[in-house]
Design a binder for this molecule. Structure first.
Ligand SMILES: NC(=O)c1ccc[n+]([C@@H]2O[C@H](COP(=O)([O-])OP(=O)(O)OC[C@H]3O[C@@H](n4cnc5c(N)ncnc54)[C@H](O)[C@@H]3O)[C@@H](O)[C@H]2O)c1
Length: 254
């Protein structure tokens, strides 16, 4: 038996980076997967790695409510129920507050906040009878100010707050739905490679350095935590925001 053998999990942004690692890891531990991405071809490619009997691929823009309704309906039609959600999809537009265009600010909030609100809302509507687990992707910037990633930091702060309120709603409403946020530092994914001006398939060997030193997080290390939070092993963990940053953002030498 796998660690999430009885789970059906919807992972957003699962065509790339951390979401892809999450989907593959959950599948390897027995879950059935609804693999979604705004880039439908990338979702299909991840689902193909898992196998048609265990994964359903969907084109899904998380900022559109009708597409959330369709995604849960399709997952339930295929697998009978959905009891896990990994709100992972996200975008990053870098600019200081003086120079970010209003349209870019709205786009950041539309995907990174509204998309997560919609995911939590429809997860609750579809899981409240039988329970489930939600994992929301925050960031080390959830609890920090940043000159050039201010919109991303604001959005990821909202993700942590949303996670706590979803937890409160479910706990006081008598729903056995756990929501937790995770807060990574830099993960070596196409999102970060783009910030470095590198193409998504770049062979950057920045993961294999000393485990105590500065290095990027391997997407597999994110997936290991997501696996724990979706599994029943974490049944006493609710409303948490868990840093996964090699200590980088929370320790000082003096
Ligand atoms: N890479 C990092 O250093 C890092 C650090 C902290 C948090 N995060 C968060 O981790 C999550 C995954 O990021 P990643 O690094 O794997 O990035 P990535 O760019 O490799 O993958 C993001 C995926 O989201 C999809 N996507 C974008 N907009 C979408 C939308 N509107 N609807 C559905 N899918 C959409 C993309 O097509 C892509 O497949 C994001 O929420 C990101 O903010 C990343």
């Amino acid at each position: 038996m796998g660690r999430v053998q009885d789970k059906v999990v919807l992972v957003t942004g699962a065509g790339s980076g951390a979401g892809k690692a999450d989907a593959l890891t959950l599948a390897a531990q027995g879950a059935k997967l609804i693999v979604t991405d705004i880039n439908g071809d990338s979702a299909k490619a991840t689902a193909a790695l898992i196998g048609a009997d265990k994964a359903l691929a969907l084109t899904h823009d998380i900022a559109q409510e009708a597409q959330w309704e369709a995604a849960f309906a399709a997952g339930i039609e295929r697998f009978g129920f959905v009891n896990g959600l990994v709100n992972n999809a996200g975008i990053l537009i870098q600019a200081s507050i003086e120079f970010m265009a209003f349209e870019d600010w709205q786009k950041m909030l539309s995907v990174n906040v509204t998309g997560y609100y919609l995911g939590c809302k429809h997860a609750i509507l579809n899981m409240k009878e039988k329970g489930g687990a939600i994992v929301n992707m925050g960031s080390v910037l959830s609890h920090h100010g940043s000159p050039n990633y201010f919109a991303y930091a604001a959005a990821k702060s909202a993700v942590v707050s949303l996670t706590r309120s979803v937890t409160a709603h479910c706990k006081f409403g008598g729903y056995d739905i756990r929501a937790n946020a995770i807060m990574p530092d830099g993960i070596l994914t196409p999102m970060v490679l783009a910030q470095m001006g590198l193409p998504p398939d770049s062979d950057v060997n920045m993961i294999k350095e000393s485990p105590m030193g500065h290095r990027f997080c391997d997407p597999q290390e994110i997936a290991n935590l997501v696996l724990f939070l979706i599994s029943d092993e974490s049944r006493f963990v609710r409303g948490a925001d868990i840093a996964i940053d090699n200590g980088n953002f929370r320790i000082t030498e003096f």
